[in-house]
Design a protein around this ligand. Structure first.
Ligand SMILES: [Zn+2]
Length: 93
C-alpha cells in the first residue's frame, strides 16, 4: 500500500490512470471499425475509424491518427466492424 501522505495529494489510482492514458497514445490501438457511407453517386466508400477520437480517417494504414495523434495498430484491420449507413453490422469472417 502507498503512504497516506501520497494518497491525500493525488490518488495513486488516478495518477496511474493519467500516466497510462498518456502512454497509451504511444502504444498502438487496434483499428476496429470502418464507417461505410452509401452515396448514390459514388457507391459504398469505407473509411476506417480512429479507435480513440472516432473520426473517420482519410487514408488507410496511417501510423498515427492525424487528429488526436493516437498510434494505430492495423494488424486486425481485416476484421473491422463495418458500420453501414448508420447501422451497425457485425462482420463474420
Ligand atoms: Zn484519433
Amino acid at each position: 500500500m502507498r503512504s497516506e501522505r501520497l494518497t491525500r495529494a493525488a490518488s495513486p489510482a488516478l495518477l496511474r490512470k493519467t500516466v497510462e492514458q498518456l502512454a497509451s497514445y504511444r502504444r498502438g490501438m487496434p483499428v476496429t471499425e470502418m464507417r461505410v457511407s452509401c452515396s448514390p453517386l459514388y457507391g459504398e466508400t469505407g473509411y476506417y475509424v480512429c479507435p480513440r477520437c472516432s473520426i473517420t480517417m482519410e487514408r488507410e494504414f496511417m501510423a498515427f491518427c492525424d487528429r488526436c495523434g493516437q498510434k494505430l495498430d492495423w494488424k486486425d484491420y481485416k476484421k473491422v466492424r463495418k458500420i453501414r449507413c448508420g447501422r451497425r453490422d457485425d462482420v463474420h469472417t
